[in-house]
Design a protein around this ligand. Structure first.
Ligand code: FBP
Length: 251
């Protein structure tokens, strides 16, 4: 059965605004006086006409009205973790699919740290989430991040392609990966994902020129777009940089 991605894509491409860094990194690492406020982020998503906005359950609940009024599709992240514990990574489920649907989610997000000692727990948890989400006709986006002491280089050709393939094998509609900066490697990665679509994470804030060069390579390699956070909402001109990214994605 094919999941309909129309609600969270435009002409087969997508640009999502990611804002789960408050949980993943803590506010002091990434936020300032402006972008600490989720309403500021919702405004960017709305004015920038993103294909989706990524939140954890708490923000989706507390800013329910603002998100609904923005009409930007909500992608609800069902698991997450802080960065305080430094051992082998694991992010457990923090919100049910049922609750996500109640909060208006148009898609579900989940992270698996492949290579971690605990990958099987996350894979198993994801299986149940994937089954329930698809039964409700919603798409699943899987963040596949290779992490833990078994992983030497998380953006090598082999590891990126492996991450993409994990997305396909586990039934994700879209797999979200980190880009290592080599277009050929990403092309192989996209091939490895088969019918699962590939999107790329923005990463730490870069110079505009460098970011746009990467966006160009990402699209040329066959990814359908990006889920960007810090490179947009840490920018002093978030809508201008959004427009530049969109011009490349929908060229
Ligand atoms: P950015 O564009 O800000 O990198 O956001 C993408 C993202 O995947 C977020 O969804 C997530 O919070 C963060 O990156 C994970 O960061 P880390 O690599 O430190 O785990």
């Amino acid at each position: 059965m094919k999941t309909n991605l129309n609600k969270i894509t435009k002409k087969g491409k997508a640009l999502y605004l990611a804002y789960d860094q408050g949980l993943e990194h803590g506010p002091s690492q990434d936020f300032n006086d402006k972008n600490i406020n989720p309403e500021y982020i919702i405004e960017i998503a709305k004015k920038g006409k993103f294909q989706g906005i990524v939140f954890q359950k708490g923000i989706a609940e507390k800013y329910y009205k603002e998100i609904k009024n923005s009409k930007i599709p909500l992608i609800l992240k069902l698991n997450g973790k802080t960065n305080l514990f430094k051992g082998e990574p694991i992010a457990r489920q923090l919100c049910s699919v049922k609750e996500a649907v109640k909060l208006g989610a148009s898609a579900i997000g989940y992270t698996i740290y492949i290579g971690s000692q605990y990958e099987s727990i996350m894979m198993n948890e994801f299986e149940k989430i994937e089954e329930e989400t698809h039964a409700r006709g919603l798409p699943v986006i899987l963040w596949v991040y290779p992490r833990g002491k078994s992983i030497k280089d998380d953006t090598s050709r082999e590891i990126m392609a492996y991450s993409a393939r994990v997305g396909l094998e586990l039934g994700a509609d879209i797999v979200k990966l980190k880009y290592g900066g080599n277009k050929e490697d990403l092309h192989w990665t996209v091939q490895s994902a088969g019918k699962t679509k590939v999107i790329i994470a923005g990463g730490v804030k870069k110079q505009e020129k460098e970011l746009l060069k990467q966006v160009r390579e990402i699209i040329q390699a066959g990814a359908i777009g990006l889920a960007v956070g810090r490179n947009v909402w840490q920018s002093s001109r978030p809508l201008a940089i959004t427009k530049r990214i969109q011009e490349i994605v929908w060229k």
